[in-house]
Ligand binder design. Structure first.
Ligand SMILES: Nc1ncnc2c1ncn2[C@@H]1O[C@H](COP(=O)(O)OP(=O)(O)OP(=O)(O)O)[C@@H](O)[C@H]1O
Ligand SMILES: [Mg+2]
Length: 270
């Protein structure tokens, strides 16, 4: 576990004593949508934060505003109220400075795996030969070696997700938001993808905010779990996961795991 995350666990999650070293601080953020005269309040006074190199998992019922929150964090939308601080600065531009894998993988069907992977470096005007070389070297870690010339439609679901994740990681942002990256996968693939994601994170060590519907996944992966209520989403629980790293599947049968699962399920009203 990153030392900053350990430090974090010693303070109360909602104390907003974060300084400029805290990558993301969300303070009292609300968001309402108005479409054709209909009003939907998606988020209500959300406050949470993500420390440097921390793996934060975000869980909540469908429609409670999780994807909206990620859109707000990365600057695709602006909140109606409240503020989002990037390293302590509420005015810092965030768009393009935060890695984001949206809920749908959004691989471009007309581009090969490699050309999809190189989208970030291309948009950012980086040295393409160096980016291609780096992508080649990372293909085995993402289980895509030999598939770089394939098109998305010819990949399995797990491979598409890994390609989309690899594209997100190749953008080299210090903060990465992942919106249910394993949502569409079967239980078996999902289990192996979890393990694999922890290996990738151990290598890249970004600050991660990971959305999931799966309580066990939230605990297994996270340094901390944030639970949102049903819409309008608001934080109803923000708890550290006191399990050592590296994590392994056997931990799901530990009493600490079971106790945390009970707390999360009860917060979710399940
Ligand atoms: N661009 C938009 N315009 C209008 N309403 C929107 C928009 N985006 C989201 N909403 C509404 O905001 C609410 C929250 O949606 P959001 O996609 O954030 O939920 P979610 O928690 O990610 O759900 P899921 O778990 O199903 O992905 C929903 O009622 C949705 O209809
Ligand atoms: Mg969503």
């Amino acid at each position: 576990m990153p030392s900053s995350a350990v430090d974090r666990h010693e303070s109360h999650p909602s104390d907003m004593s974060a300084g400029a070293t805290t990558p993301i601080v969300i303070r009292d953020v609300s968001k309402t949508f108005r479409v054709d005269g209909r009003v939907v309040q998606a988020l209500h006074q959300i406050s949470m934060q993500a420390e440097s190199q921390e793996f934060v998992t975000l869980i909540g019922p469908s429609g409670c505003g999780k994807s909206t929150l990620l859109d707000l964090i990365c600057g695709l939308m602006t909140p109606d109220a409240g503020e989002i601080l990037l390293h302590g600065d509420a005015d810092a531009p965030r768009l393009g400075r935060i890695g984001y894998m949206p809920q749908r993988d959004l691989l471009l069907p007309w581009r090969s795996v490699m050309d999809n992977l190189l989208l970030g470096p291309e948009v950012m005007g980086q040295d393409m030969a160096a980016a291609r070389q780096e992508a080649r070297e990372l293909l085995p870690l993402f289980g895509l070696e030999g598939f770089e010339d394939y098109y998305p439609a010819t990949l399995s679901g797990g491979m598409r997700q890994r390609a989309a994740l690899m594209r997100t990681f190749l953008c080299k942002q210090e903060i990465v938001l992942l919106d249910e990256p394993f949502g569409a996968l079967d239980a078996l693939t999902r289990r192996s993808m979890r393990r694999w994601l922890l290996d990738v994170w151990a290598r890249f060590r970004q600050t991660l905010i990971f959305v999931t519907h799966d309580v066990d996944e939230a605990i297994f992966l996270g340094d901390r779990v944030v639970v949102l209520s049903a819409r309008p989403g608001t934080v109803i629980l923000d708890v550290p996961v006191e399990l050592p790293r590296p994590r392994d599947e056997a931990m799901v049968s530990l009493p600490e795991f079971a106790a945390l699962r009970r707390d999360l399920l009860s917060a979710l009203g399940l």
